[in-house]
Design a protein around this ligand. Structure first.
Ligand SMILES: CC(=O)c1nc(NC(=O)[C@H]2CNCCN2)sc1-c1cc(O)cc(O)c1
Length: 130
C-alpha cells in the first residue's frame, strides 16, 4: 500500500546517494561504466555477470531493489569481478585489486553507518510479503 511505496522510495534515495558518492570517488573510476569489450576483448570469457556503478543506478530507477541485500548482491559483483579478472602479481592487476577492495570496504561502511537497521527490516518484510 501507500506506506510501503513511501519506504521503497526512501530506500531508492539512499541507494542513489550511495551509488553517486561512489561514482564521484576517483579510486573507483574503472567501475563507473560497463567494461568496454573493445578495450578488454576476453572480459566476457572470464566474467559471467558484468556489473558497474552506472548499471546499478539504472537498476535503482527501474525499481529492481526492494532490500539492501538485493542491491548489495549486484554491487558486490563489481569488486568480485575485478578480483577475478585481475588475479596476477602484475602491478596493474594489484592496483585494480586494491581499488576493488576499497570499493567493497567503502560500501559496507556507508551501509553500516548510514542505513537504519529497523528500516532495513521493514524493507525485508515488504519483500517477504510480495
Ligand atoms: C574494470 C576491470 O576489471 C579492469 N581490469 C583490467 N585489467 C587489466 O587491464 C589487466 C589484466 N591482467 C593483465 C594486465 N592488465 S583493465 C579494467 C578496466 C579499467 C577501466 O578503466 C575501464 C574498463 O572498461 C576496464
Amino acid at each position: 500500500e501507500e506506506q510501503e511505496e513511501d519506504v521503497l522510495r526512501e530506500l531508492r534515495l539512499f541507494l542513489r546517494n550511495l551509488t553517486e558518492r561512489l561514482m564521484l570517488d576517483r579510486r573507483f573510476k574503472a567501475f563507473v561504466k560497463p567494461v568496454d569489450i573493445e578495450e578488454v576483448p576476453d572480459y566476457l570469457m572470464v566474467i559471467q555477470k558484468p556489473m558497474d556503478l552506472s548499471t546499478l543506478l539504472s537498476n535503482i530507477d527501474e525499481h529492481k531493489y526492494v532490500t539492501i541485500k538485493e542491491f548489495m548482491s549486484d554491487a558486490d559483483l563489481i569488486w568480485q569481478n575485478a578480483l577475478e579478472y585481475n588475479p596476477d602479481s602484475d602491478p596493474a592487476d594489484r592496483h585494480i585489486r586494491h581499488r576493488a577492495c576499497a570499493l567493497k570496504d567503502t560500501m559496507r561502511v556507508i551501509v553500516r553507518d548510514e542505513l537504519d537497521k529497523d528500516f532495513q527490516r521493514v524493507c525485508e518484510e515488504i519483500r517477504e510479503s510480495r
